[in-house]
Design a protein around this ligand. Structure first.
Ligand SMILES: [Zn+2]
Length: 211
């Protein structure tokens, strides 16, 4: 478990350790019990940028193209995530519509934009206040994105509707799955700790130059 700046607490044996300098690809192991404490990801910026841009491209078709089409007695009904959210609102479940809108549309979109922005600023070596603010907001927003919950909901709806008629899965579901995969990979590979460290080093260099 990471504590503040340069110290670590081992989650297995509670040893308090000083965080060593870690290069990309290296792991920090507890010297007392050998537990893996931290892994510095290789190339988090380029990977984060590629994955968040992929998710951004898939975002529009995932939300506005049909997830599935139900053909019941000749009547076809194509459902998109956006349409489903609007239907919840129109049926009076405004609080549920708001929750779905925040967790499946707004929070993921903001997170993709923030990660892309963070990665671009780091690539351009702009370790400024904007970068710090974006890192902080991204740290709060990533708790609100719940795409995996909605994937589960879609699968449950699909199984329940199987008996009602002929169901065809749509391009929206393919894009939603791609977006979910990109988000999950980003959660594993995008390493904000390494970026915070770079921000700290840049500020230290700036402080030394100003002296
Ligand atoms: Zn330990």
């Amino acid at each position: 478990m990471l504590s503040h700046q340069s110290q670590l607490i081992c989650h297995e044996c509670d040893a308090l350790l000083r965080m060593p300098a870690v290069r990309p690809g290296q792991k920090v192991l507890c010297p007392r019990c050998g537990a893996a404490l931290y892994k510095c990801r290789r190339d988090p910026v380029n990977r984060g940028l590629a994955l968040s841009l992929t998710a951004l491209i898939l975002y529009v078709p995932a939300n506005f193209m049909p997830i599935m089409t139900l053909d019941m007695l000749g009547l076809q009904n194509a459902d998109t995530l956006y349409k489903g959210t609007m239907q919840l609102y129109q049926q009076g479940y405004w609080w549920m519509a708001l929750l779905v809108f925040i967790c499946s549309m707004l929070a993921p979109l903001l997170e993709f934009i923030l990660i892309s922005g963070i990665c671009l600023l780091v690539k351009w070596q702009r370790y400024n206040e904007w970068l710090v603010a974006m890192l902080k907001i991204q740290g709060h927003i990533n708790r609100w994105g719940m795409l995996e919950v909605f994937m589960l909901g879609i699968l449950v709806a699909y199984i329940k509707m199987l008996d009602m008629g002929d169901i065809q899965l749509g391009i929206g579901l393919l894009c939603f799955t791609g977006m979910l995969l990109a988000t999950t990979l980003n959660a594993v590979l995008f390493d904000t700790h390494a970026i915070w460290e770079q921000v700290g080093q840049a500020r230290e260099r700036h402080r030394i130059r100003a002296l």
